[in-house]
Ligand binder design. Structure first.
Ligand code: NAD
Ligand SMILES: O=C(O)C(=O)C[C@@H](O)[C@H](O)[C@H](O)COP(=O)(O)O
Ligand code: ZN
Length: 354
């Protein structure tokens, strides 16, 4: 059980605490809550019945008045329309720069809440209480916040770090299997890009939610992400490796209007597909894509590319925010645990992945 410090620069230093039962022990954050007169808690309809009251009670007890916003669950909620609704709530509630916003939920709630916190009054403090595996290993850390447009994934957003990340792996007990496996896609991503030991450990046996070891896995992933973002908060270099599998993954999510594939599933197909391509070109060690496929399938994640119309793929692909002019940096594997960045132009990208 650990406390991982993120130290980006003077203004951005926060702890990621990972501990079973932490949601029953928010008293240890009383010095943080005490700083704020009021807090707006944002969550969704699936998370609220399990955890909202528990969190509200403890924040209230610390002397910070709470107000809750319960959103519909699902990727469709990560939208400008919902952001606007949240801004209205903030203004009705007279939220000030001296108040706090709390994201209690998965990556959808976290990304949207962080985005609203980063933009309302040009910035209100926020904390992350992630309740899905994906949010605990990835989205709650590192400060990428934002919303989707129908034309593309996460096209509107900012970098805005939370004041704290509070991870209670016991919340994973109420997740359904599909959502748990989504999170495993990002865990597998970390193994692929930087941690062969983690990849091999996953290959040795199936991890269920929440097993004894899930807290260790969460900590390993958060430590990798912390190290990456401490070196490169704004994704001008190393941070790009966290996007392995995402170039195609985001195309798939957008192409099907965020309905067919969850984020983890789309990333799973993206990682496998790109690795078969790079392997066939001799960039990736032979056999890597087979190993990756075996691991993804073990977590019921998809690997098969659906039929896609090339014109529409290109239209979505070319809006990827990793483009700078005509050039994009694509993340590939040399081997399990070793990512490489390859710069290519639009034509080369299409040739490479389509
Ligand atoms: N900001 C980042 O760095 C980053 C990183 C990775 C992914 N993301 C984003 O995260 C989003 C996906 O997040 P997600 O997979 O957590 O999806 P999600 O937030 O939609 O949650 C998945 C489902 O699980 C439910 N749920 C959440 N916690 C629960 C719990 N403890 N018990 C029962 N049900 C629970 C939710 O209501 C939802 O139905 C995508 O939009 C993706 O782009 C962002
Ligand atoms: O934190 C990052 O950096 C990542 O790329 C993590 C990804 O898992 C995540 O899906 C992220 O939201 C993708 O960001 P985007 O900038 O490609 O939209
Ligand atoms: Zn992701």
């Amino acid at each position: 059980m650990g406390n991982i410090m993120v130290d980006i620069h003077r203004d951005y230093k926060y702890a990621i605490e990972v501990e079973n039962g932490l949601l029953d022990d928010l008293d240890r954050y009383r010095n943080l809550f005490f700083r704020y007169e009021k807090a707006v808690l944002i969550t969704d309809e699936n998370v609220a019945p399990h955890y909202l009251r528990q969190v509200e009670k403890q924040i209230d007890k610390a002397g910070c008045k709470t107000h809750a916003i319960i959103l519909p669950a699902g990727e469709g909620t990560k939208s400008l329309e919902k952001a606007e609704e949240i801004y209205h709530h903030f203004s009705e509630y007279n939220l000030s720069r001296g108040d706090l916003v709390v994201a209690l939920g998965g990556g959808v709630v976290g990304d949207l809440t962080g985005f609203c916190a980063s933009t309302y009054l040009r910035g209100v403090d926020f904390i992350q209480i992630p309740t899905t595996l994906l949010a605990q290993v990835d989205s709650s850390v590192g400060g990428k916040v934002g919303v989707n447009l129908s034309k593309g994934k996460n096209l509107v957003g900012s970098f805005y770090q939370p004041k704290a990340v509070i991870v209670d792996p016991l919340t994973l007990k109420t997740l359904n299997k599909r959502v748990f496996c989504d999170g495993m896609a990002e865990v597998i991503k970390y193994g692929c890009i930087q941690d062969k030991g983690l990849f091999d450990r996953l290959m040795m046996g199936s991890v269920q939610a929440p097993p004894e070891e899930i807290d260790e896995i969460i900590e390993s992933c958060c430590t990798i992400k912390r190290n990456v973002i401490q070196e490169d908060e704004r994704e001008t270099g190393l941070r790009r490796i966290l996007n392995f599998g995402h170039t195609l993954g985001h195309v798939l999510e957008t192409y099907f209007n965020y309905q067919k594939y969850s984020h983890g599933e789309a990333v799973a197909i993206g990682m496998y597909h790109i690795t078969t391509k790079s392997e066939s070109r001799g960039i990736t060690k032979e056999g890597t894509s087979e190993k990756l496929k075996e691991l993804l399938l073990a977590y019921d994640l998809p690997v098969t590319m659906p039929y896609l119309e090339q014109e529409r793929v290109e239209e979505i692909l070319f809006r990827d925010k990793k483009f700078s002019g005509n050039k994009i940096t694509l993340i590939l594997l040399k081997d399990i645990g070793e990512a490489v960045m390859v710069s290519m132009d639009k034509n080369q990208l299409v040739e490479f992945i389509v």
